[in-house]
Design a protein around this ligand. Sequence first.
Ligand code: 13P
Length: 328
Amino acid sequence: MVADDKGVLAMDESHPTCNKRFAKLGIPQTEEARRAYRELLITTPGLGESISGVILFDETIRQQKKDGTPFIKVITDAGIIPGIKVDAGAKDMAGHPGEKITEGLDGLRERLAEYFQMGARFAKWRAVITVGDGVPSRSGLEANAHALARYAALCQEAGLVPIVEPEVLMDGEHTLERCRRVTEEALRNVFIQLNCQRVLLEGIILKPNMVLPGLTCPQQASDEAVADATVQCLLRNVPAAVPGIAFLSGGQSAELASARLNAMNARFKSRVPWALSFSYGRALQQPALEIWHDDEANVKAAQQALLRRVRCNRAARRGEYTTAMEGI
Ligand code: 13P
């Protein structure tokens, strides 16, 4: 999943999230619109040259192209590994105002078996960690790490590679330093719990946030400062047995997500034990979605926009991305 400088395309938005993004652009929030949009993404010619895996949602893994070809077949024929989001979303955590806990462990063993049968070979579960006054709490971090580890153990039992995603959100005024401390604490908890649940670290992909100042923090950071803080945080907390780290984009612009990944690889690629890769949703898809606008006539141009993003990020994996590539 992290070989050959490729990355993962996250296209596993739940109905509410996908509909919200469609609504912003005036796209109808229907099953057919979601299907047509996902067909556009997976049929992009040349996608498999830069993308190793795509993360699907329960609705999407069961869908077909307009001509009846199952999405799973389209993806595997393109040389891409199909994956599936299996958490049931982040809900308010009882007794913990301002914190979320991800649900979905009940019945997970059976759902994983079904997804494996359908052709999925990896899975994703996202824990959501908010930074604010007095949050996250120790118990919030522990509960989310425990759920991630229970999920990861069930995935490995089912023959699926778990993507373990503890996301420290960008929302808020917090500084880069605060994000670094919270991310460290979150990762420390995650690896304690992964070990407790006997998860084989060689068989996971970690999907963390980059260490960033909050979106409304008055002091934003250079790409190099983000790269330094992120890699330092990872070196302190992620065992060398983990083969790959594939970042989420978390609401960064497409260009910033590429530039920051590039800065990490340009500065540290030869000195870190894991591959530093990408598993972006918005930072890969957003330009394509805006061009498409639910109009068949725009499909080719939207696919070109997606291709540009995946190529820029493949270059960023090598530390070879430049802003000049944005104009190509
Ligand atoms: P973003 O890159 O848009 O944050 O999405 C990645 C993802 O899979 C979120 O769970």
